[in-house]
Design a protein around this ligand. Sequence first.
Ligand code: MG
Length: 369
Amino acid sequence: MPKQYAMVGGAAMLERTVGVFVRSPLIDAVVVAIAADDRHLYEDAFGSAPSAKLLAPVTGGETRQHSVLRGLRALAPLKPDRILIHDGARPFVTEAIIERALAATETASAAVVAMPLSDTLKRADAAGRVVETLNRTGLWRAQTPQVFRFPEILAAHEAAASTGNQEFTDDAAVAEWAGHTVVIVEGSETNYKITTAEDLAMVRNVEPNVPDIRTGQGFDVHRLVPGDHVWLCGVRIAHAQGLEGHSDADVGLHALTDALLGAISDGDIGQHFPNTDARWRGAASHVFLAEAARRVRARGGTIANADVTLLCEAPKVAPHREAMRHRISDILGIAPQRVSIKATTTEGLGFTGRREGIAALATATVILR
Ligand code: MG
């Protein structure tokens, strides 16, 4: 599949790229140049009722330059004042970049979004030996969008096509060739072009411009046996039964531990604290929860909230709710306002209804940097 149609964050890359322009109040119309064979992919990506701003796609040409010319010709009847030309494979362009680029053409004929070169440039011979280190002063990496006065860039592209020159690698080069002044506008490091499978894998893992928010869920059950207390959410509660388990059997903390591990895709409580390990016999379960929180922090994560639901007929949870919230907030190192404890019976139904065991559900949200 052509990379423009590969899925990035739940949408085709091209759909995301086009969406930024379609949503911009500064843009009146958008036309996309596509390969003839990609029409069905385009229709799949944009659906049957795309935005009114999005005109019918044009079929691109042999070269990038030729495809742009066809797009320009399609827009000519609208008599646009200015035009932004953008790569479909740069989905992380922002409204701020569009605004800066357009603002630059209030005074200049054309503007190209670019970033200063930070790497040192080497020239090498055919054998891979460095023959020269180039001075990078004044060198920029051109990105898109590139903004032009519409009549000027259309005329420049038509003139370039009539000379048969198809060697231009971007539209600013066409404008420069036609004698127009092009100014640089600062782009963004995250406005990168997705070119290789490696680029695609990278953006699928870490998206620029979007907070990386993860949710995890956990579930646990422990059997009720004769006893005189239970541990629930880090609080010891006197009770006519006890909970059976290798550790202190705190079903609430176990479910929450799994929720945190789930949020960072880091296995589960049984994997980190196997019940075959004598170290965890009778262990206080805050140790498990604290370790899960440490693992979240080690990944650069911040715990945004934790929510636990206990399922039991007894003991009554309400009198202990505040103590549980504060205990969990202490273990996780987050404010009690970010911790929620809820409880429900199961109306006498099932193993919890028959007081054979207590179950717990938990969710946790983690924000990764
Ligand atoms: Mg357990």
